[in-house]
Design a protein around this ligand. Sequence first.
Ligand code: PLP
Length: 385
Amino acid sequence: MDYRPLLNASKLPDVKTTIFTTVGNLAKEHNAIDLSQGFPNFEAEEELKSLVTKAMREGHNQYAPMQGYYGLREQISEKIESLHNRKYHPESEITVTVGATEAIFTAITAFVGKGDEVIVIKPAYDCYEPAIIVNGGKPVYVQLDAPNFKIDWTAFQRKITDKTKMVIINTPHNPSGTILSKWDMEQLEAILKPTNIILLSDEVYEHIIFDEQTHESASRFPDLAQRSFVCASFGKTFHVTGWKIGYCAAPSELMAEFRKVHQFAVFCVDHPVQRALAEYLKNPSHYLDLNNFYQEKRDFFLNGIKSSKFKFKPTQGTYFQLLDYTNISLEEDEVIGKRLITQNSLASIPISSFNVNNRNDYMLRFCFAKKQETLEQAIEILCSL
Ligand SMILES: Cc1ncc(COP(=O)(O)O)c(C=O)c1O
């Protein structure tokens, strides 16, 4: 077998091992404190885990319905309606997915084809572009600038052409921790109104938002809602990233196309976990308390590093904090990020990997979804630099 002709025709020639894997492996090798990848190092609630066990013992161990367990879809529908005042019908407008990643991939695959343009706001989480490219589409970038990472809506509008099929937004935003305000969403709504462009709204950090601010979901804005796939992740909300379960909400016409792809990509999602989540969601404090829980962690981390040489703006949402290291070094972020692991035993993510042309913003991303003692150890290292 000659593999060369196959590999030369790779559909994703530019995709390499992700920065998360590279950094994660180096962190393990050096036994470093790992604030790189976005997952908690503390346990999920016992109650949630017991509910999964209960569902398994009660025999919910075979395929779930393709769209998701109806009881879970009902709970999701009620949650969205109570928070954002928009009714998504559980039968036709909500699908349970294998994490937000599957929701994003499926929405893109259902609509983006050869030659279609998709606007991606950079820095961006890394799963959007491969999904666009593998489907023959073309990412068109809007690069945001540090330290505010605000969208210039006039510049954004200039990127729209008659080939634009979709726009992807992410609020609260990974890696910058900024959020889109009501005003931002209204600008987007006005720009998209005269078009047939689909909005893919990645809202996986919807319940991690600080300082009494509101999450402005695309579902709150009538004209955006009618063109949007709103993608969410239970992994992020309930400290169970390893369960890979999320959901997608969209108007029934769009959702019908989404389900054609979902049906043949995964068919359905882990059944006992869906049963458990349907029960767990009945108590809204399980997700409404998350803002305070993570705000305490953010404040603890930032208070701890107040006297360090790092500069920062407190993150507004997500469990990531960017730190500007220009008072310490003017090297590439990958260089300093690597040295922090190998010499100081602390892992973070260099954000150049999220930027157009790997632009260096002299910033590292730290995940504070960690136990108190892990944060204390990280603070000590950061203050020693
Ligand atoms: C912005 C963003 N979108 C999507 C995902 C993927 O979510 P899930 O683990 O539910 O697939 C992540 C995970 O880190 C993320 O940060």
